[in-house]
Design a binder for this molecule. Structure first.
Ligand code: ADP
Length: 497
């Protein structure tokens, strides 16, 4: 059953019960009041008749030393005539009827409750009419008599029945009218629920962008607002999951491709070696090809492992002197003669896992060297800024086309494949850097001009500023909190490694 109908039927039920009970109590209260008034009048009339009977009995001539039944009858008849529609009955000591008005009730049960000082009364129904019957004891001239009266109260009962009928009709009328009204009210009240149901159905059918219309500002409006918010979050998560699935597929495709090329060469050259007798030079070249491709596969598997391990393990950050980091780099590249390396850094403290950060810097400096030709300058800069420590690696090398900049942090992505492969690269170095920086709440920023050089930089926030930093990253692209998992990158926009 629809919720609006439930509201409708419940309200009709409540109204019917309350009107019914209220009406009954009201009409019955009016009836009881009228009946009490009639009872009082019946008792008063009984007292008056008692007094009148005693007076009349005392005025009888004294020749009779005892009150005769004939005299009682005479007094009774006189008293009956004294009031219009008056009904009375007089009985002797043995409760035998001495005088009774016509139509007086026959049973004398009421007299059992009559005492010397107590007057009894009851309501009786006689041939469709209602009467208040009273009974009292009359003591006069050594006789104990009983006087009973009957007062017609049929009109009081008729009034009550009419009251009930009128109230029933009014109640029915109100119920019909209020049912129509309640139908519209309950439909209006439940409209937000219908809109929410519609939205839920649309979303279930795959329309994740559909939102329920908010038509009120009350709790239902708040519920709609919350539902829409939840739908928004779910839609975002679904898109993230879809992106991640796509990224996984791309990753697997790229991985298979990266495996296929060296393996084909290795198998081909190995087959050549075992099937034919080659001269010494060809033999060396084939074996060398197998060796270099094998080395490349080995390097790729190490990088991949490194990437997975980095992602899975929690970083253990601790404060380190930035100078020691640059000193380490200077030490590593001390023997580099082809490229001019220029270190410029300010003292500062970085909150990092030092080994991971060294990996990032070595990758960036290696890439810069690979992209540069002999005699080019590569600058490694360190700068203490308000929000953290800024590190940049700048080169004057080949540069990267603008459309490629967004993709180079994807796993296995190489701008110049042959050049990268010749350096044993597999397009995993920047993916690893992006992942490590993401774990540090930072992101890799890339600026590059084709033919002029590139600059890879990042800002390391300290612990206090970390929260702010994360917020900033979210607005830029969500490096710190972005999804992507092992296949997701952290360089401003969400994209596969
Ligand atoms: P690899 O390990 O193969 O070098 P990376 O992930 O480190 O892979 O780099 C991805 C691609 O980005 C490389 O193919 C390279 O062409 C390009 N690249 C990286 N750094 C630079 C740079 N400083 N200048 C020009 N190209 C670069």
């Amino acid at each position: 059953m629809r919720f609006s109908y439930k509201i409708l039927f419940c309200s009709i039920l409540i109204m019917a019960v309350s009107f019914g009970v209220g009406g009954y109590v009201f009409v019955d209260d009016v009836f009881q009041t009228s009946l009490e008034r009639e009872t009082k009048q019946a008792k008063d009339e009984s007292s008056i008749l008692q007094f009148a009977f005693e007076t009349a009995a005392l005025n009888i001539p004294s020749k009779y030393d005892m009150l005769q039944n004939s005299v009682i009858e005479e007094i009774g008849a006189n008293l009956e005539r004294g009031g219009q529609g008056r009904l009375l009955r007089l009985l002797d000591e043995q409760q035998k009827v001495v005088y009774a008005s016509e139509g007086f009730v026959e049973d004398t049960a009421l007299l059992d409750s009559v005492g010397a000082t107590t007057r009894a009364w009851r309501v009786i129904s006689l041939q469709g009419n209602y009467y208040i019957q009273t009974g009292t004891m009359v003591t006069t001239l050594d006789r104990i008599l009983y006087l009973e009266t009957m007062r017609d109260v049929t009109s009081v009962y008729a009034e009550r029945d009419r009251g009930f009928a009128v109230y029933r009709n009014i109640t029915l009328l109100i119920l019909v009218f209020s049912s129509v009204l309640m139908y519209f009210i309950s439909s209006w009240l439940t409209k937000p629920i219908r809109l929410l149901t519609q939205a839920a159905k649309k979303m279930t059918a795959g329309d994740y962008g559909y939102r329920a219309e908010q038509i009120s500002l009350d709790e239902m409006g708040q519920l709609t607002c919350d539902f829409n918010h939840m739908a928004g979050v779910l839609e975002e998560n679904i898109h993230k999951l879809e992106d991640e699935i796509r990224a996984r597929e791309d990753f697997i495709a790229a991985f298979s491709h990266e495996l296929k090329t060296p393996l084909t060469a290795v198998i081909g050259y190995a087959d050549l070696l075992r099937s034919r007798k080659l001269d010494e030079e060809k033999h060396f070249l084939s074996a060398n090809y197998i060796y270099t491709e094998g080395k490349r596969l080995e390097a790729m598997s190490f990088r991949l492992l490194e990437l997975i391990v980095t992602k899975r393990n929690a970083v253990k950050r601790q404060e380190e002197k930035a100078e020691s980091l640059f000193a380490y780099l200077e030490d590593v590249y001390r023997e580099e003669k082809n490229i001019r390396l220029n270190f410029q850094y300010e003292p500062g403290v970085v909150n990092v896992e030092i080994d991971l950060l060294k990996t990032v810097l070595i990758n960036l400096v290696d890439n810069a060297c690979k992209a540069s030709k002999e005699g080019d300058l590569v600058e490694i800069l360190g700068e203490q800024r308000k929000k953290g420590y800024y590190i940049a690696v700048r080169d004057e090398g080949v540069g990267i086309p603008p459309e490629e900049c967004k993709k180079i942090t994807e796993a296995f992505y190489m701008v110049d494949k042959s050049r990268s492969r010749s350096h044993n690269g597999a397009g995993l170095g920047l993916a690893l850097c992006a992942e490590i920086l993401k774990l540090h709440g930072s992101e890799l920023m890339i600026e590059s001009t084709l033919g002029k050089g590139s600059c890879f930089s990042f800002l390391l926030t300290d612990k206090e500023a970390e929260a702010d930093g994360e917020e900033e990253n979210h607005t830029v692209g969500g490096a710190a909190g972005s999804s992507g998992g092992i296949f997701g990158a952290g360089t401003g926009t969400d994209r596969p490694l």
